[in-house]
Ligand binder design. Structure first.
Ligand code: ATP
Length: 354
């Protein structure tokens, strides 16, 4: 078990700055997600924490000890790769016990430990099978078994489910999370899949172009995105942005979009210039009496809900409404937004205004 803290950690590859100065803490026992699009620096950040890459500057602490320049072998951690390479000439049990045998643990103890791990992973019946003919899920379980058998302080996983098909991936992600809850070991997990991050993570770091955009629990990141990038990256369909030029006085609680006054959170401390009114599709209500108007451009049936795309004077807006609501392409309707669910952004910097 371990607390991991990175402080002002930066990584350059030659003249390319892959990770900008980053600081955050992963608490003991957390299932922690590093989330972001391809190339944002999440794998490099994970590799620095694991000791597979050295930071250009900054410090990495595991349980208070600075380990930034220590190799992986001295950090007491386990890495689970996407391409979980198993030893093909060994059976399942031997694959799992390999780290213990190579440490010289007596065989009776090894047997007991492997038995416990196989029980946890539900693979007792395949311990004597060769790994060659195993399904993807069983290979993943064996790889996990080999990682957890040493009782490491922390687990590092880089898109471990990336090679699996969608249905199986969901099943394995539930299994992984359940396994974590049983063992309670600090786990750092890299993914580009926002849904996976929201479903599995206790906390999430969202990265973009080498920078930490936001750090927090999934619900806060969803409800209170710190930047336009986060608001767009998390949630599907993503948040709507209505761009406008405006001025809000200190303590003001409305903005004018095409001469229609819309309520905004009262806490905003005044703003001026190019702004962006952000609202999630499930917080857009179709309300004939509302003054802000739109025309239905398309509907997309999703079972219990439907996504309605509306053309407005500030661009397209998507609304998620009940499928039972009668909505037809060509309809003119009003749109209303609950001020408590609005995020206002500075359109130039992308920062949320609070
Ligand atoms: P992906 O999901 O595609 O792996 P990522 O967010 O994990 O993306 P990184 O693998 O951390 O991103 O890479 C961040 C940036 O650093 C990328 O532009 C990548 O090309 C670059 N990079 C990574 N490793 C090296 C290296 N050894 N030498 C040079 N550039 C590198």
């Amino acid at each position: 078990m371990a607390q991991i803290r990175i402080e002002n950690v930066r990584k350059d590859f030659g003249s390319f700055n892959a990770v900008k100065s980053s600081t955050f803490t992963i608490e003991d026992g957390e299932f922690f997600m590093l989330l972001g699009p391809s190339g944002c620096g999440k794998t490099t950040t994970l590799r620095m924490m694991a000791g597979l890459e050295l930071p250009t500057s900054g410090e990495i602490y595991i349980d208070g000890e600075e380990v930034g320049m220590k190799p992986a072998s001295q950090r007491d951690i386990a890495f689970v790769f996407q391409m979980f390479a198993l030893y093909p000439h060994m059976n399942v049990g031997k694959n799992i016990s390999y780290p213990l045998r190579s440490q010289g643990m007596p065989s009776a103890q090894v047997k007991k430990k492997v038995g416990e791990i196989a029980e946890i992973l539900g693979i007792t019946d395949i311990l004597n099978k060769p790994v060659g003919g195993l399904s993807g899920g069983d290979r993943q379980r064996v790889a996990l078994g080999r990682a957890i058998v040493r009782d490491p302080k922390a687990f590092f996983m880089d898109e471990p489910l990336g090679a699996l098909d969608a249905e199986f991936r969901e099943h394995m992600s539930e299994e992984l999370r359940a396994l974590h809850d049983r063992m309670n070991a600090t786990t750092v997990y890299v993914t580009h899949d926002q849904l996976e991050a929201m479903q599995m993570g206790d906390k999430i770091v969202v990265m973009n172009h080498g920078s930490v955009e936001q750090f927090g629990v999934p619900q806060d990141i969803y409800d209170w995105p710190a930047t336009k990038f986060v608001a767009q990256f998390i949630g599907s369909p993503s948040m709507n942005f209505l761009d406008f030029n405006g001025m809000i006085g200190k303590g003001g609680n409305e903005v004018s979009l095409n001469d229609v006054a819309l309520n905004i959170p009262k806490s905003i401390d005044g703003a001026n210039g190019a702004l962006s009114f952000g609202v999630r599709p499930e917080h857009v209500r179709l309300d004939d009496a509302a003054a802000y108007r739109g025309r239905v451009k398309a509907t997309e049936y999703l079972g219990t809900t439907q996504i309605v795309t509306l053309e407005t004077a500030n661009g397209d807006v998507k609304a998620r409404v009940a499928s039972s609501d009668a909505v037809n392409v060509g309809d003119q309707t009003g749109l209303s937004f609950d001020a408590r669910t609005i995020t206002l952004f500075d359109a130039e910097t992308g920062q949320a205004l609070r």
